[in-house]
Design a protein around this ligand. Structure first.
Ligand code: FAD
Ligand code: MLT
Ligand code: ZN
Length: 469
């Protein structure tokens, strides 16, 4: 089908205002947030509902047009960016923004895939409930993108990742057929769990158009603390101690190294460390419960004991919500501070928590020896064993040097991750960033199974080609 015919038929389905053809207006859809992935598109298509998504997919199926699904375009693995051919359609969910139902008795929320994560949190709050998925991009990422990447964030320690928060899905298949699996059930053993196939599939199997999410009792408030620690082994020991003392009240446990904190305080205005002295590592700790009574004492008792045991050197407990917010701003500012400071070679790795300290000791030594002088920006969701073990290259690094160092660093770090039985993507997904490396670290059996699933659902290879597999 000729390009002109394709675009006019797309307009017929979604209306003229739903198709973006002007390259200047396509800019934000064909480049990623990190400024690393760039592409071109024949058209950005913005359907308003599942029926329109289905008609667009049927047309793309008939015309053999590849489709790149896109939510908020905040992904970190290049998965939402079209390639440079200009032949792919970007299908944006950003006009599918309806919350259909909030049921505080069943504790569920049903929404379109294009709803912004922060709006889902807000809708839950309105009925006295809580939706715990939380991440730095929550003001612009969509629930469909969260599902497609099985996003993690800072609430995983207590509530699990996006997969754990999902009860039902609606998906438009590559040929346009609609699978309505919008069931609000906590138990359903009627065969294969199809929703789990699509969660984390990064747009490679179909378009997620709707979702049923779990809601939880709303916490009455939170107590936040910022802690200075001498080494990573002590950070892990503190995590174990607080888990034992506080049980499920421990709702977040994040780590940042001294260079990560210093990057934030130097790159971003009005970001100040709560502690005067510099420590090699910091932990950001949060307790939350449906009753606040006793929570502060619980945290303070735990931290005092940890000081006596020599696990931590210093700490501050936030005395107001404003103080708590400014502690969280330090943690959430790292992504932006990195973009401002240089070109980060990013790693999003998962390790058994018991292996974290030894892994970092070996990785630090490897980077120091093989890539001397490059700052290591190590931070992450340590309560989930998820590190963002990044290495910063200068902003003006030459493209060939960037490529060579990235390849070398990835291999060095990821080989070590494999030795520790870890994963090369904990929460950001594979996209284009890790696609070639995936084959190195997955077994042949795993790759064969994944390829068989892809072929069964998308035999013409039209869904997000070049991503993940
Ligand atoms: P997009 O970027 O648009 O897409 C991501 C992938 O999903 C692509 O492969 C795309 O093709 C696919 N996709 C999108 N929508 C659909 C759909 N409806 N159907 C099928 N496929 C679809 N991630 C974490 O896990 N934890 C964090 O703590 C975290 N922090 C972040 C902080 C910042 C500042 C930023 C910029 C990003 C962060 N991320 C984090 C990355 C994260 O993956 C995303 O923010 C989010 O989950 C992606 O949602 P999105 O709507 O922007 O998806
Ligand atoms: C985070 O934990 O802040 C994110 O996953 C983003 C990042 O790695 O930059
Ligand atoms: Zn993260």
């Amino acid at each position: 089908m000729k390009q002109k015919e394709l675009t006019s038929r797309l307009m017929h389905i979604v209306g003229e205002e739903g198709v973006i053809l002007n390259p200047a207006d396509q800019e934000t859809y064909v480049n990623d947030w990190l400024g690393k992935a760039h592409g071109r598109t024949v058209a950005v298509v913005r359907p308003r509902n599942t029926t329109e998504v289905s008609a667009v997919m049927r047309l793309c199926h008939q015309s053999h047009t590849p489709v790149v699904p896109q939510g908020g375009n905040t992904g970190m693995s290049g998965g939402a960016t079209p390639d440079l051919s200009g032949a792919q359609v970007v299908l944006s969910l950003n006009r599918m923004k309806r919350i259909h139902d909030v049921d505080p008795v069943n504790n569920t929320l049903t929404a379109d895939a294009g709803v912004i994560l922060a709006e889902i949190q807000q809708a839950a709050r309105k009925v006295g409930r809580y939706f715990p998925l939380s991440l730095g991009a929550e003001g612009s990422c969509t629930i469909g993108g969260n599902l497609a990447t099985n996003a993690g964030g800072t609430g995983v320690l207590r509530y699990g990742n996006t997969r754990d928060l999902t009860l039902g899905l609606e998906v438009v298949l590559p040929d346009g057929r609609v699978w309505n699996g919008l069931r609000a059930l906590r138990k359903d053993n009627t065969g294969y769990d199809l929703k789990d196939l699509f969660i984390g599939s990064e747009g490679s199997l179909g378009i997620i158009t709707g979702v049923v999410l779990k809601l939880f009792a709303a916490p009455a408030g939170r107590i936040t603390a910022w802690v200075g620690v001498q080494n990573l082994a002590n950070v892990v020991a503190l995590l174990n101690r607080l888990q034992a003392d506080c049980g499920p009240r421990l709702s977040a446990f994040e780590m940042m190294s001294a260079p990560s904190l210093s990057l934030v305080t130097t790159q971003l205005e009005a970001h100040v460390s709560p502690l005067k002295k510099i420590y090699p590592y910091y932990a950001l700790i949060e307790l939350a419960d449906t009753r606040l009574a006793g929570l502060q004492d619980m945290l303070q008792t735990g931290l005092s004991a940890a000081i006596e045991e020599g696990l931590i050197d210093d700490c501050v407990v936030a005395m107001s919500e404003a103080q708590s917010v400014s502690m969280w701003k330090l943690r959430e500012g790292i992504s932006l501070a990195q973009v401002k400071a240089g070109k980060a070679v990013k790693h999003d790795i998962a390790l058994p928590i018991s292996g974290l300290a030894s892994f970092v000791a070996e990785a630090d030594q490897a980077v120091l020896t093989d890539f001397p002088g490059l700052p290591i920006i190590n931070f992450g969701h340590i309560g989930d064993g998820n590190l963002h073990y990044n290495v910063l290259l200068p902003l003006d690094v030459a493209p060939e040097d960037y490529k060579e160092k990235t390849t070398g660093l990835n291999k060095r770090i990821h080989d070590l991750v494999a030795q520790f039985n870890g994963s090369i993507s904990a929460e950001h997904g594979v996209g284009t960033l890790r696609r070639d490396e995936l084959r190195r670290y997955k077994s042949t059996v795993e790759m064969d199974l994944m390829i068989a699933i892809k072929r069964a659902l998308d035999p013409n290879q039209l869904m997000n080609p070049g991503k993940l597999l």
